[in-house]
Design a protein around this ligand. Structure first.
Ligand SMILES: [Zn+2]
Length: 557
C-alpha cells in the first residue's frame, strides 16, 4: 500500500520532470552581443528551424568561437544547405554546429583543402576521428559568412545531443539573449471538427486587448468539437525581427488541455511541420496558422499531453477556452475565449475543399498510375491519411494536382522521352506557374525518372543553349599579381548548372561556387605553382549535358 502510494505520487513528477541541460558549460559563439533573427523551432518551408540564427552586424568575417572544448566531428561543405559548416562534439555529450561560415581557421582550412584537392571537389562531407582536430574552449574555429542557403550574413548555431543528433534549443544552455518583450498574436482562428471527421476552414475571430498581457474575444456561440489556431511571433529586445513563439498552451476552465513547446525535436520529424500548420491556408495565403489541435497524422514530440486539443461545446454549457503564449524567458500573453452553446452551425465553417480532386488515394496502400506516356507511383503513407487528387495525362502534360495537401514522402515519376533530340529534359510547373527543371535522368527504356515531393504539371522541354562563362575581376591577358582571387560569372539560362571545373596550367584547382551570385572563385593558395604566364580553363556543364569550356590567360609574379 505504501509502495503503491509512492509510485502514484512519483508518476506525475516523472511526467513533468524536465531534462536538465548544463547552463554554465557553453560560452558564446560570437564576441558581439547576441541578437537573433531566427528562433529554434520556428516554422520554415517544410521544416522546423533547427537552431538559432545570430545576427552578424550585416557583415561577414566575424570570428566564430568554439563554445567549449571538444573535437571536430564533422565538416560539411555544400553549395546549398549549411554552406560551410563545422560540427564540434564536446565531452559532456552535446554537439554544437556552426553554419554558413565564410572560412575556417588556418589549420582546419589546411585539413579540408588537402581532401578537397585529393577528391577534386569543393563539396565534401567529412566525418572525423576524435584525434584529428581538437579544439579549445573559445578557440576561433572559423569566420561568419553567408554560404549555402542563407539569405544574408548570419551565424546559424545549433546544439544537438551527440548520440542521436536530436536538435535541442540552444537557449536552454544558458545562452543569454536580452528579452523582456511578450509574444504577439496577430490573428486568432476558430476551427470546427465536422461530422465527416474533416476540419472546417479557419474562421477569423476578433481579438480585443484588455491589458498588455491579456486579450479576449467576444463570447463565441457554437456547438460540437471546436479548437483554435493562431498566427503570431516573438520579438527579443534588441531587434525588430519576428521570431517564433517558444511555447503555446491551451486550457479549458483553467485546466490544461495541451501545450507545445520547442525544446527539442528529431530531424526526421521536421517535415511534419505541415501537419502543425494549416497547410491549405498557407498555400493560399503564404501565412502560417499554428493549429492548437492535432490531426491524426500529427505525432510530433513537441506536445505535453496526448490530448488532441478539441473542446466539446454542448447544450447548457459555458466554457472558457484560454490560450497562453510564452517565450523562453517567461514573458507571456493570454487570450480568453468564452464559448457558449448555440444550435445553429455557421455556414462559413463548412469545408468546401477537395471538390474537383476526384481520385481518392488510399494512404495505407501503394498507388500506381499507368498512362500511355508516363507512370506515377505513390508509395504508402505519402500523405499520412486518405486524400483526393487530380491525376491525368492528356496530350503532352502529366497533371498531378492538389495544391492543398503536403507530401511527406517522395513519389516516383517516369515520363517517356518523345524523341532522341539532344537537350530534352523533364520540366515541372508549380501552382505559382513557376517553371523548374525536374529531371534529365533517362532509364534504359528512354523514360525520364524522378523522385519528388512536388505535385504540378510535368512536360518535356529542350535546352539547346550552352552555359555562359565570363571573367569578373580581370580581363584575358591581364596581370593579376595584386589580386587574391580569380572570379568568374557562370550561368545557365534554361536547365541550370550541373557541374563546373576550374584548372590552372592543366591542374585541377579549388573553385568555390556561390550559386546565389552565379559566381565561382579561386583564392590563390599553396597549391598554385607560381609562373609568370598562366592559363586558366573553366568548364561548365548544364543539366542536359551542354558543355562550355573557356580558356583565359593571366600573368602573375
Ligand atoms: Zn538558421
Amino acid at each position: 500500500m505504501k509502495i503503491l502510494f509512492i509510485i502514484f505520487s512519483i508518476i506525475p513528477w516523472l511526467i513533468h520532470a524536465q531534462t536538465k541541460y548544463p547552463t554554465n558549460y557553453f560560452s558564446n559563439p560570437l564576441e558581439i552581443p547576441l541578437i537573433l533573427n531566427g528562433n529554434f523551432g520556428e516554422s520554415r518551408s517544410n521544416h522546423f528551424h533547427s537552431g538559432i540564427d545570430i545576427k552578424t552586424q550585416l557583415k561577414e568575417g566575424l570570428k566564430v568561437f568554439s563554445v567549449a572544448k571538444g573535437n571536430i566531428s564533422r565538416i560539411k561543405i555544400a553549395h546549398g544547405g549549411f554552406g560551410k559548416a563545422i560540427y564540434v562534439s564536446h565531452p559532456n555529450g552535446y554537439t554544437t554546429v556552426y553554419a554558413h561560415l565564410k572560412k575556417f581557421n588556418n589549420s582546419i582550412e589546411e585539413f579540408v583543402k588537402k581532401i578537397q584537392y585529393k577528391k577534386q571537389s569543393y563539396e565534401v562531407d567529412l566525418y572525423l576521428n576524435t584525434s584529428d582536430l581538437k579544439v579549445f574552449n573559445n578557440e576561433v574555429i572559423g569566420f561568419s559568412g553567408n554560404t549555402g542557403s542563407s539569405s544574408g550574413p548570419h551565424l546559424h548555431f545549433e546544439t544537438r545531443k551527440t548520440v542521436n543528433q536530436k536538435a535541442l534549443n540552444p537557449l536552454l544552455f544558458g545562452i543569454e539573449i536580452k528579452d523582456t518583450r511578450r509574444p504577439v498574436v496577430n490573428s486568432l482562428y476558430m476551427y470546427k471538427k465536422l461530422k465527416s471527421g474533416s476540419i472546417s476552414l479557419p474562421y477569423k475571430v476578433v481579438l480585443n486587448k484588455i491589458n498588455d498581457s491579456t486579450f479576449a474575444t467576444k463570447k463565441i456561440k457554437v456547438n460540437g468539437l471546436v479548437s483554435f489556431g493562431l498566427s503570431g511571433f516573438d520579438r527579443q529586445d534588441l531587434a525588430k525581427n519576428k521570431n517564433g513563439i517558444y511555447e503555446i498552451s491551451t486550457f479549458l476552465n483553467e485546466n490544461l488541455i495541451n501545450s507545445m513547446k520547442f525544446d527539442s525535436f528529431f530531424f526526421e520529424e521536421s517535415i511534419k511541420i505541415n501537419s502543425l500548420i494549416d497547410y491549405s491556408f498557407f498555400v493560399e495565403n503564404r501565412k502560417r496558422i499554428l493549429k492548437l489541435f492535432l490531426e491524426d497524422e500529427n505525432d510530433l514530440s513537441i506536445y505535453s499531453t496526448k490530448n488532441k486539443g478539441f473542446v466539446d461545446v454542448k447544450q447548457k454549457t459555458e466554457l472558457l477556452f484560454k490560450i497562453v503564449a510564452k517565450d523562453i524567458k517567461g514573458n507571456s500573453i493570454s487570450i480568453n475565449v468564452p464559448l457558449d452553446y448555440e444550435n445553429m452551425v455557421k455556414a462559413t465553417l463548412t469545408n468546401s475543399q477537395g471538390v474537383s480532386y476526384s481520385k481518392k488515394i488510399e494512404n495505407i496502400i501503394e498507388n500506381d498510375f499507368e498512362f500511355k506516356n508516363s507512370h506515377v507511383n505513390i508509395p504508402k503513407n505519402t500523405f499520412l491519411k486518405n486524400r483526393k487528387i487530380k491525376i491525368e495525362h492528356p496530350n503532352d502534360t502529366l497533371k498531378i494536382i492538389n495544391p492543398y495537401i503536403p507530401l511527406y514522402k517522395n513519389i516516383k515519376i517516369k515520363f517517356k522521352n518523345p524523341n532522341n533530340n539532344k537537350g530534352n529534359y523533364l520540366a515541372v510547373k508549380d501552382y505559382n506557374n513557376k517553371e523548374l527543371f525536374a529531371s534529365s535522368k533517362l532509364n534504359p527504356l528512354n523514360y525520364f525518372e524522378l523522385k519528388t515531393k512536388k505535385f504540378g504539371l510535368y512536360f518535356i522541354k529542350n535546352d539547346s543553349l550552352s552555359p555562359e562563362i565570363s571573367p569578373l575581376n580581370f580581363k584575358n591577358g591581364d596581370w593579376v599579381s595584386n589580386k587574391k582571387y580569380l572570379k568568374f560569372k557562370i550561368l545557365d539560362k534554361q536547365s541550370g548548372i550541373k557541374k563546373y571545373k576550374g584548372k590552372i596550367n592543366g591542374k585541377w584547382m579549388l573553385f568555390e561556387y556561390e550559386y546565389k551570385k552565379n559566381l565561382i572563385s579561386y583564392e590563390f593558395d599553396s597549391f598554385y605553382l607560381s609562373k609568370s604566364k598562366n592559363e586558366v580553363e573553366i568548364e561548365v556543364e548544364d543539366m542536359v549535358g551542354n558543355t562550355l569550356i573557356k580558356t583565359f590567360t593571366f600573368y602573375r609574379n
